[in-house]
Write a protein that binds this ligand. Structure first.
Ligand code: TMP
Ligand code: ASP
Length: 246
C-alpha cells in the first residue's frame, strides 16, 4: 500500500489524508507534552486508550445531537474523521478550580466554582496559547459571532452531558478543553466538535478519593500515568477486562 500523505503533525496526534475526499485519518501517538512543549515524554499505551476514549465520547455526544468530526475507529491507534477547518480557539470549561485557573486567581485547587466558567485561548504555540476574550476572537476574525455562539452553547451542553457521564463512572469532571472546526458540506458551512476528548485535555478526579486520573499525573510527575488513562478507559467500560473483577 502506498504511504499515506501526512497532512499535519501535532504534539499528540498525526493527521493523514483519508481514503475518500473530505476525510482524514487521525493517528494517536503516545507522546505527551505539557506547559506548551517545555516538558516532553511518552505515556506508554496512551494513544491506544485515547483513540478508544475519544471514539466513545464523540459517539455518545452524537447521540444527544452534538455534531462532530468523528466517523469511525479504524484500528488501535487510528480513527477516520471528517476534514474540517480548525477554528484557532480552544474552549475551556471549568467546574472546579484547578491548573492555570488556580495560579491566575490564587484559588485553592478543588474549590467548586459558583457556576461553570468558560474561557477561550488563542491557539498559537508561538504566543503560548494566550487567554483571549470574545472580542479578540470576533475582532481578529478567528470565529464569526454566530460561530462563537454555537461553540459556547455546544460547550455548555457537552459539559452537562459529560459531567453526568463521568459521574456514572465514579469520576468528577473538573475542567476540559474543546476544539471546533468548520465543516464544508455542499454549499453549507457549520461548526462541529473536532480534535479529541481524552484525559490529555480533561481533568478527572476519582469521586471518592480525589485521585487525579488525567494528564496532571504527567505534568506534575505524580507517577502511574499510563495506569490513570487505563483506569479511565476501564471505568467507561472500554477495556477487555472491564466489568466486575473483584
Ligand atoms: P489549564 O488549567 O492548564 O488552563 O487547563 C485547563 C484544561 O484544559 C485542562 O483540563 C487541560 C486542558 N488543556 C489542554 O488540553 N490543552 C492546553 O493547551 C491547555 C492550556 C489546557
Ligand atoms: N498540551 C499543552 C502542551 O503540550 C498543554 C498542556 O496540556 O499542559 O503544551
Amino acid at each position: 500500500m502506498a504511504r499515506r500523505r501526512k497532512i499535519y503533525e501535532g504534539k499528540a496526534k498525526i493527521l493523514y489524508a483519508g481514503p475518500e475526499p473530505g476525510t482524514l485519518v487521525q493517528y494517536f501517538k503516545d507522546d505527551a507534552t505539557a506547559f506548551n512543549n517545555k516538558k516532553k515524554g511518552v505515556i506508554t499505551g496512551k494513544g491506544v486508550l485515547n483513540n478508544r476514549i475519544s471514539e466513545y465520547l464523540m459517539m455518545k455526544l452524537g447521540e444527544i445531537g452534538i455534531p462532530h468530526h468523528f466517523l469511525r475507529r479504524l484500528n488501535m491507534r487510528e480513527q477516520l474523521v471528517r476534514e474540517v477547518e480548525i477554528i484557532p480557539v480552544e474552549v475551556i470549561v471549568r467546574n472546579i478550580a484547578a491548573g492555570s485557573f488556580c495560579e491566575r486567581f490564587k484559588a485553592k485547587e478543588g474549590t467548586p466554582l459558583p457556576r461553570s466558567i468558560v474561557e477561550y485561548c488563542y491557539k498559537s504555540d508561538e504566543l503560548d496559547d494566550p487567554l483571549v476574550s470574545e472580542e479578540h476572537i470576533t475582532a481578529f476574525g478567528w470565529a464569526a459571532p454566530q460561530e462563537l455562539d454555537d461553540m459556547l452553547s455546544m460547550s455548555l451542553r457537552i459539559n452537562d452531558f459529560l459531567s453526568g457521564l463521568f459521574l456514572g463512572a465514579g469520576l468528577k469532571l473538573i475542567d476540559f478543553k474543546l476544539e471546533f472546526g468548520r465543516l464544508f458540506e455542499d454549499d453549507m458551512v457549520r461548526v462541529v466538535l473536532a480534535d479529541e476528548i481524552t484525559p490529555d485535555g480533561c481533568r478527572l478526579w476519582d469521586i471518592e478519593t480525589g485521585k487525579k486520573l488525567d494528564k496532571d499525573r504527567f505534568r506534575r510527575d505524580l507517577g502511574d500515568v499510563s495506569e490513570a488513562y487505563q483506569e479511565v478507559a476501564r471505568r467507561l467500560g472500554l477495556t477487555p477486562e472491564a466489568g466486575p473483577r473483584d
